[in-house]
Ligand binder design. Structure first.
Ligand code: UD1
Ligand code: CA
Length: 472
């Protein structure tokens, strides 16, 4: 069976009060439209067509990597009009319809699935069971019973329980407004039928729009069965119209991810205070994550890792038995097993730490490798540096890697001891097992095994006395 999926995404989203088209707003750092696309692209034998209108150029350039056909709806004359564009059927605001030549490769036998770009959390399983109900005699409609159905199209059924039509809120009678079964906007129909019904749509209704929902009454007239199915949860079919709904679905999505991680054996101190904006590439066992941790991009987390409160980790690989204390920012870094980071440490891109490395508070590492067992425990900046194994870098040590124009490397060989408050002016090499005296400014290579220091000699002024306050 061949499927054509049409994602409706031409609307402006006025209630977002935003310059950005609604579908480019994000949940877990992924646009709403991308969520819908990522779900539906998992279907086999599926061609995806996306109807864009408001901000079309921005939408297509932002999401240029999607493997989909973009169809432009120049004026937003309704959901039916939007689908007409895909079939090259042209209706005007005056209400005339004309059928164009081609219909962009949608075969009569295709099952056409219609989704909304602003309903981001719809599940693949729900789509699959909807599609399974479609054949030459039946179309499928996804409906939901809502405690507050206000604003939605209502599903009108006859006394035998058969669907008769969909009526929009603005066109509904007082008794129809009492119906709590609503149209989610998601349906599946054979191409042949949809094409036929689309060309019969008109805009004689309260909103002067071409309603896609009018095809339901046409299907009934043509003796096609209307089969309905429902999602597992209401959240799956919730659309986003404003930023309050956006934040609600963000929480729903985050909670789903949190529960999934817990099911995989991760301890989350509070699943409501955990955010993952991306994916976990590999996950060990018995990981403990404290509150307000954000995982972004693609991360890999080993077994027995502990992550402290308020820590952000992005695109990083964390080895087994690593402990990350509270308030760390870690990006594009590799942390070897058994290492201990933080609290208040920052690992910037291309920080590569081997096993059993200690990075302490107020330490920043950038584009540097640190070999096994080395310690940089307090108040340091280490940039563009190769640190050997078992190196001890004292508090307040800074690599001066930048002359204002170019950057240079510092090399600190195995076993070196760098005294506190040292500046290493790159390019410079500190030899194996070298010791640097505290407070030094090192501008020349320092030999192995020896003490090197640069420091003004300490002196004491004999007989010096403190000034005293003058009497006035
Ligand atoms: C539509 C349904 C309603 C359903 C509701 C579910 C119709 C007539 N009504 O109502 O029964 O309960 O969705 O949310 O279909 N869009 C376009 N081009 C347009 C108009 C809309 O692409 O000209 C897109 C929007 O961007 C959006 C989707 O279609 O993604 C739904 O449009 P919206 O205006 O929200 O439809 P509703 O009036 O809420
Ligand atoms: Ca809507």
């Amino acid at each position: 069976m061949k499927i054509t999926t049409i994602i409706l995404a031409a609307g402006k989203g006025t209630r977002m009060r935003s310059e950005l088209p609604k579908i480019l707003h994000k949940i877990a750092n992924r646009s709403l439209l991308q969520h819908v696309y990522d779900t539906v692209k998992q279907l086999e034998n599926n061609t995806i067509k996306i109807v864009v209108g408001y901000g079309a150029e921005l939408v297509t350039s932002t999401l240029k990597d999607l493997n989909a056909d973009w169809v432009e709806q120049k004026q937003q004359l309704g959901t039916g009009h939007a689908v007409q564009q895909v079939f090259d059927i042209h209706s005007t605001s005056a209400g005339q319809a004309s059928t164009g030549a081609g219909h962009e490769g949608i075969a009569d036998t295709d099952t056409v699935l219609i989704l909304c770009g602003d309903v981001p959390l719809l599940k693949l399983a729900t789509i699959q069971s909807l599609i399974a109900k479609v054949d030459e005699q039946s179309m499928a409609l996804l409906t939901a019973n809502l405690a507050n159905p206000y604003g939605y199209g209502r599903i009108v059924r006859d006394t035998a329980g058969q669907v008769v039509k969909i009526v929009e809120e603005k066109d509904a009678s007082a008794s129809e407004k009492q119906i709590d079964e609503i149209n989610t906007g998601i349906m599946a129909i054979k191409g042949r039928q949809l094409k036929k019904w689309l060309s019969r749509l008109n805009n004689n209704n309260a909103q002067g729009e071409y309603y896609l929902t009018d095809v339901i009454a046409m299907a009934v007239a043509d003796q096609v069965n209307i089969v309905t199915s429902q999602p597992r949860t209401e959240d799956e079919v919730l659309g986003i119209n404003n930023r309050i709904q956006l934040s609600h679905l963000e929480r729903v999505y985050q909670q789903e991810q949190a529960y999934s991680l817990m099911e995989q054996g991760v301890t989350l101190r509070d699943p409501m205070r955990f955010d993952q904006r991306g994916s976990i590439v590999s996950l060990g066992q018995d990981i403990e994550i404290d509150i307000n941790v954000i995982l972004e991009g693609k991360n890999s987390v080993g077994s027995h890792v502990k992550i402290g409160a308020n820590t952000n980790i992005k695109n990083s690989t964390i080895g087994d038995n690593v402990e990350i204390l509270a308030n760390c920012i870690i990006e594009n870094a590799v942390i070897g097993q058994g290492s201990r980071i933080g609290p208040f440490a920052r690992l910037r891109p291309e920080s590569v730490l081997a096993e059993d490395v200690h990075i302490g508070n107020f330490v920043e590492i950038k584009k540097s490798s640190v070999a096994a067992g080395s310690k940089i425990n307090h108040l340091s900046y280490i940039g563009d540096t190769t640190v050997g194994s078992k190196v001890n870098i004292g508090a307040g040590t800074i690599t001066c890697n930048y002359d204002g124009v170019n950057k240079f490397r510092t090399i600190i060989e195995d076993g070196a001891f760098i005294g506190s408050d040292t500046q290493l002016v790159a390019p410079v090499t500190i030899g194996k097992n070298a010791t640097i005296g505290a407070g030094s400014t090192i501008t020349k290579d320092s030999p192995e095994n020896q003490l090197t220091l640069s420091r003004a000699k300490q002196m004491t002024v004999a007989g010096w006395q403190r000034p005293v306050k003058k009497e006035t």
